[in-house]
Design a binder for this molecule. Structure first.
Ligand SMILES: [Zn+2]
Length: 448
């Protein structure tokens, strides 16, 4: 691994040899890592030994990356069930507990938190990757990075150590009220910050209300966002960028793997995956077969290095698309083109799939709107009805009818869904701070 602690700022890559290797070299590296990782899981985790045996597969049979498809899936429910069966960490764990030095935990959408354990080596590898990713997004030792997450069970906390390892001055602001965060950013002249897309917007608007112009009065040049699809929706990103006069980089991660495991480089065209840490599959959620590049499918991840708890074919429930085209930044890793939302967030309206992110893209593109939105789904006479509430930017209602019909037209042409559009005055819809709730599904027994 690279440890260029005092790397000069004009270096383009954190680990040039790794980041720019050919696709064939990536595949060779991944296959080597996969074989030894599967063997480690089989030898040391009672769960994987049983599940591989039950499926009639053995790590020694793996000859190509496609052979991963013979192994069984796991999901959040498996993690929860095994944790309950073998407390406190479950029997997917493949090291003695004395080797575990850190856990993060996440509850997902349904309650009981599942723990994600790390050995000291896992933790160092993760932080080195965070440094590599920050470097790819242009963060340099001359930057002042303001981290507005706490050290808690949430895996986002320690990501700040990646910025520090890179050499940036790291300001551990933690979760503080917006006014306080703005004051800290202003006092120490932070040049970079990490937040959710909703919060970046909210924080920018709060600054404006406080009489601070984020573009002039703050020196934030880079905003790293994660946790919601917004950072990959160009219209959302561009509006946050305009508000802040800064560049927005989308990051993707999940507690069950490690902090951020994909992120945008300075080209901002897709998120480069940490291919030396995760083997990525994008699959049709119904059939489990791989989808073509550019198509939407469920992201399924296999760890390649994480020793404490290997994750073999973890169904994330996130709907993404990807490309293997070389990136103009020179990095050769595959890129996720967008996180379109959670499988759980996908709405089926009269048989047509639609994601809140589709609606968001339209709402953020129209500058006569504030960009806020809410979806309400109802069922009337056995038929689904979608209502989209949007806000006009102007104070008077003169253009409401035109705004509504323009929005409905765009929605219909992009998603195929006909919706009733209601235009509200500015500041009517509830403002989201961290993870935004923008869908109200009022249908009863929708699956029956
Ligand atoms: Zn790139």
């Amino acid at each position: 691994m690279a440890h260029q602690k005092n790397a000069p700022d004009d270096r383009k890559f954190w680990d040039e040899k790794l980041e720019t290797q050919s696709r064939a070299e990536w595949d060779t590296l991944k296959l080597k890592l996969l074989k030894s990782h599967l063997q480690h899981a089989y030898d040391n985790s009672p769960y994987y030994r049983d599940s591989f045996d039950a499926a009639g597969v053995h790590p020694a049979q793996v000859e190509s990356l496609a052979d991963i498809r013979r192994f069984p899936f796991i999901d959040k429910k498996v993690l929860r069930d095994r944790q309950t069966a073998v407390p406190p960490f479950g029997d997917l764990v493949a090291v003695p507990e004395r080797d575990i030095v850190y856990i993060s935990a996440s509850s997902g959408s349904t309650g009981v938190p599942t723990a994600s354990p790390f050995t000291a080596w896992d933790f160092d590898e993760w932080i080195d990757y965070e440094a590599r990713q920050f470097w790819s997004s242009g963060l340099r030792p001359t930057d002042r990075y303001c981290h507005s997450l706490n050290f808690s069970l949430f895996v986002g906390g320690p990501c700040v150590l990646g910025a520090q390892k890179l050499g940036a001055l790291s300001i551990h602001a933690g979760t503080v009220p917006s006014e306080r965060l703005l004051a800290i950013a202003q006092q120490f002249q932070a040049t970079a910050i990490w937040t959710t897309p909703s919060y970046a917007w909210y924080l920018g608007e709060t600054a404006v209300k406080e009489g601070i112009d984020p573009k002039k009065d703050l020196g934030i040049k880079r905003i790293f966002v994660a946790g919601e699809p917004g950072g990959s929706i160009p219209e959302t990103r561009q509006r946050i960028e305009a508000l802040w006069g800064a560049s927005v980089y989308d990051y993707y991660g999940l507690s069950d793997i490690f902090g951020s495991c994909a992120g945008m480089c300075e080209e901002k065209h897709g998120l480069h995956w940490a291919e030396d840490h995760i083997l990525v599959e994008v699959l049709d959620p119904e059939t489990g077969t791989p989808v073509a590049e550019g198509e939407r499918g469920e992201l399924v991840l296999t760890t390649l290095k994480k020793r404490a708890r290997p994750m073999i074919r973890f169904r994330t429930g996130d709907i993404v698309s990807f490309t293997s085209e070389p990136c103009t930044c020179g990095r050769t890793s595959q890129r996720m083109l967008g996180t379109h939302g959670r499988l759980d967030d996908m709405l089926i309206i009269k048989g047509v799939n639609i994601f809140p992110s589709d609606v968001e893209a339209i709402a953020r593109k129209d500058h006569d709107l504030t960009g806020e939105y809410r979806l309400i789904v109802e069922r009337e006479n056995h038929l689904d009805r979608l209502t989209v509430e949007i806000e006009r930017a102007a104070s008077d209602s003169a253009q409401d009818a035109e705004l509504a019909s323009r929005f409905a037209g765009h929605l219909k042409s992009i998603t195929g869904v006909a919706a009733q559009v209601v235009v509200l005055p500015p500041e009517t819809l509830p403002r989201a701070t961290h993870k935004a709730k923008r869908v109200e599904d009022r249908r009863q027994n929708v699956w029956s």
